[in-house]
Design a protein around this ligand. Sequence first.
Ligand code: FES
Ligand code: FES
Length: 234
Amino acid sequence: MSASDELADQDLDSSSSEDADLGEGGMPRVSRRTFMKASMAGAAIVGVGGLGLKSTSGALLQIAPQTTTSPSDAFANRTITLIVNGQSYTLTVEPRDMLVNVLRENLNLIGTKRPCNRMECGGCTVLIDNVPVYSCTYLAVRAGQGQNILTVEGGKTDNVLNTVQQAWVPADASQCGYCQAGRVMAATALLKWNSNPTVPEIQAGLEGILCRCGTYLNVIAAVQAAAQNLGGSQ
Ligand code: FES
Ligand code: FES
């Protein structure tokens, strides 16, 4: 008789001695009915609001749930104010909305691209208080707390960004252009923090921004030119 046949037979047997049966090696043999009873007991504990766990001794342990925020509060839309390129926007977003989506779809700032949408390529890079972040995985509600957001459209008001953009074309730093918004923003952040970077520092500053067209060398030249045009005074 197979093991599954044995289990089926045990389920049909309603005698109370089934739990006491010993299987191979002296291990207790548990029927499907007993397993289901135990599972349902555990589910009931979870169902009343706690996490039911069994200790090694078999006793049920209870871990109280956190009750500071109700589920309906957690999923409620939020009204936030984003400061983007020096301009203030008040809008309502879902708590799960990522910054790149709000920039592109709510504010129509489509210069920020979304090539991978999963924190792998860096093409969605924007600056928050001069720090480069991947906007595809940065919650809009987190960005709406008074921070200054700078996107590739902000060259009219940001001198460093404008200087980087001016250096990009003569250096032939762009091919298809898909990665370049993120690359320009990373270069801008670098020059805001380091006005005269070395080549290894430029490479480190632009790390994490992938370019399928392979424009890496020309981008280094563009950043060097921008640093020179800024006169090392940033
Ligand atoms: S789109 Fe954000 S890292 Fe690729
Ligand atoms: S210029 Fe085409 S991906 Fe970078």
